[in-house]
Design a protein around this ligand. Structure first.
Ligand SMILES: [Zn+2]
Length: 50
């Protein structure tokens, strides 16, 4: 499942994750201190992409 940053619209895609994250890591499995690589928003700012 893909998640979208509400702040900047960056998409977290488990099939193409940012550097430092293993492919196929679900968003829920990311560490609590994960932040949006574009704008620095916290996980709480992400929503499921529709
Ligand atoms: Zn963002």
């Amino acid at each position: 499942m893909r998640y979208e940053c509400k702040v900047c619209a960056w998409i977290y895609d488990p099939e193409n994750p940012p550097e430092g994250v293993e492919v196929d890591t679900a968003f829920e499995e990311l560490p609590e201190d994960f932040i949006c690589p574009e704008c620095g928003a916290t996980k709480e700012e992400f929503v499921v992409e529709e």
